[in-house]
Design a protein around this ligand. Sequence first.
Ligand code: RIB
Length: 312
Amino acid sequence: MPNILVIGSLNADLVVRAPRFPAPGETISGEDLKIIPGGKGANQAVAAARQGANVTMLGRVGKDSFGPFLLNSLKSNRVDTSLVLEDDSATGTAIIVVDSNGQNSIVLSAGANGKVSAADVDHASFRRFDLLLLQLEIPTPAVLRAAQRAHENGLRVLLNPAPAQSLPDELISLADFIIPNETELSLLTGLPVNDISSAEQAAQTLLTRGAKNVIVTLGEKGALVVTGTQVTHVDTYKVDVVDTTAAGDAFIGGFASTLLRNVELEEAVKYANACGALATTKFGAQPSLPTREETEKFMSLRGRSSPEAISD
Ligand code: RIB
């Protein structure tokens, strides 16, 4: 079974469902508050573990009650938490509003996530892992150091550049796969990204900056794979959307675990699309992440159509 190391954030998601997002200065009423385990790092760890991978998480939580709450969610999903450190800061939180269309709006308070350092990364042994999953809810120096150490130790690196921000070229060239959504790709490249053609152009500029493979997640339009030798659009599945929170994390966990089972790239993206689509059908971050059994069943019910090649 593949061994995945996730270095990233753990958040308690404080979620309220509301009919719509409030305008600036406006107060509106929503439903009851739900406290749900989240954080892009922890979500991706759980997503990969539910797909059958062996996963270890490195990060930081506070000494408050959210810390054990988040660790318990990881442990109950078979994620090894021995590299999660305790910090004097508060545990990371995300204030989330979900509207009636299932779209979300998120404000992060980094807390302990902001204390993850390059020294934390240096204290961990990378030798037993096959793949490293990285996002951007911890400081960039820690992310960069993790990518460098993964490279030195022969791990494959998947970088999810979320939340959107610009990045040094060194980090871009250390990643085997960069997986942004349209907003993140636009911010990374400074180019407008609003359809498949503009996504391809922006992804190509990342290749010129040293990226090896770029997979742009396009929501209901599926995903676009751009490598040095191919551009392939992979359709996704239509579902009734309840909440899009963590759909990207489900995609990445599904993609990482499938890639390590030596599945062809387009087939791994098709599988990841199914994971992302399934996650949107349930409310909340970690509770929405599908298992391998659920994903296989969904795909066999819906049919596995072949990916559509744009050019080779
Ligand atoms: O990707 C979804 C996650 O983003 C949420 O769980 C929230 O914690 C934010 O980090």
